[in-house]
Write a protein that binds this ligand. Structure first.
Ligand code: 1QQ
Length: 392
């Protein structure tokens, strides 16, 4: 899985000194196993590229950033374990993660309690930054991203009237995203919400919900779920004869959905907080570094993870200009780092970012992508359909 050294540090739990050598340990808690690994593996790639990129810039003086990876698995218990290990054993200065909002609602309170800054790179449910003073995110929330995509669907097909909604009811992100989608549909006088169907992230067969929906003649189907269930749902909708537009949320915003829905993914619209075609110089630098290492275009999850590591790297660099990091206790360093990162402005692959005092990301541009699959259904990409500027 690449070059991340698992930290086997022999530190005692004494609170000083913070740093036992010339490296600053940054925790990376992503799903490498279970269904959320479809996101977590892309996230890890982005984080790894960032560590090399920012260490090469040499802004940390005599220090280097060292990523310490813990696999969160795809459930709450795995995320809690990963956070505890990173905080207490690995004595990290901060944490990037976890993968799912469903996991964050359990794991983030542990970091909050311990005074460890967390920058989420893929948590988009409502309420994540509100989990505490040490919790922020670079992954824009569903309320910022989802409504854009409904408007884009209408721009592609102005005749859309009847909209059906599916959501995975056992997942916090999916519940949160569907609320925003449903609100955007209800608020648009041209649209009628004809049915809301509930699924589970563990479901593989959606025939009953699909039959009930197709009998109502939808013009647009909007899906909030994770990649495996969402991908299978898309495939089965097409297999059962649905020909209208499909709009997927953040759950299908990964190239890892392509092997699940294959040629049936073609044409699916996706709400995005990042599109690799963005020509901004920092995105070009990121894309070049990513492509040099992985021989493929980065996806949103990789870009967001890169950005989260960037926020830590640049904040540590700024702090190191006025403080001797080695002289701070671990608790002092974590607190100073949290204060510093919330106050900063960052030129990132996602555009220029900053945070509200609560830790919610402020980001200017959002995108709608459309999946374009090769004829054999083996490869695909997200073609940029629309860039939307958000007023803040
Ligand atoms: C969340 C998400 C998932 C779709 C991706 C990790 O956005 O759980 O918040």
């Amino acid at each position: 899985m690449g070059a991340i050294a698992l930290a086997l540090s022999s530190c005692t739990v004494a609170d000083t000194p913070t740093i036992s050598d010339d490296t600053l340990p940054l925790g990376v808690a992503f799903a490498q196993t279970g269904n959320a690994a479809l996101y977590g593996q892309e996230s890890l790639q982005g984080a790894q590229v960032a560590a090399v990129f920012f260490n090469d810039q040499g802004n940390l003086g005599s220090y280097r950033l060292r990523l310490v990876l813990q696999d969160t698995g795809s459930d709450e218990a795995g995320a809690v374990n990963a956070f505890q290990t990173l905080i207490n054993r690995d004595r990290v200065v901060g944490i990037v993660g976890p993968t799912l909002s469903q996991q964050a609602f359990s794991a983030d309170p542990i970091a909050e309690q311990a005074g460890v800054p967390v920058v989420a790179a893929s948590n988009t449910a409502r309420g994540i930054p509100q989990l505490g003073a040490f919790i922020s995110r670079v992954s824009a929330g569903v309320e910022a991203v989802a409504p854009t995509a409904i408007a884009a669907a209408l721009a592609i097909d102005p005749k859309i009237r009847r909209v059906a909604v599916f959501f995975a009811q056992d997942d916090a992100f999916s519940r949160s995203e569907t609320e925003i989608f449903q609100q955007a549909i209800r608020e648009n006088p041209a649209l009628e919400l004809i049915t809301v169907q509930q699924t589970q992230t563990t479901d593989t067969n959606f025939q009953a919900q699909i039959n009930a929906t197709l009998s109502l003649n939808p013009d647009l189907i909007v899906i909030s779920g994770l990649a495996a269930d969402g991908g299978n749902l898309i495939r089965q909708l097409r297999e059962l004869g649905y020909q209208g537009l499909i709009l997927g949320g953040n759950g299908v915003n990964t190239v890892n959905v392509f092997p699940v829905c294959r040629r049936f993914c073609n044409g699916v619209l996706v709400a995005q907080a990042y599109n690799p075609e963005n020509p901004a110089p920092m995105n070009v630098k990121f894309r070049d570094a990513f492509e040099a290492q992985y021989r493929q275009m980065p996806s949103q999850f990789s870009a967001q993870a890169f950005t989260a590591v960037q926020v830590f790297a640049e904040s540590l660099a700024t702090l190191s200009q006025t403080r001797d990091l080695g002289q701070l206790s671990l608790a002092e360093l974590r607190q100073a780092l949290n204060d510093q990162l919330l106050g900063g402005t960052y030129d990132t692959p996602l555009g220029e970012l900053r945070f509200t005092p609560e830790g919610e990301v402020l980001q200017r541009y959002f995108y709608v992508g459309q999946i374009e699959m090769s004829d054999d259904g083996q490869t695909g990409k997200f073609r940029l359909v629309k860039q939307v500027e958000r007023q803040q």
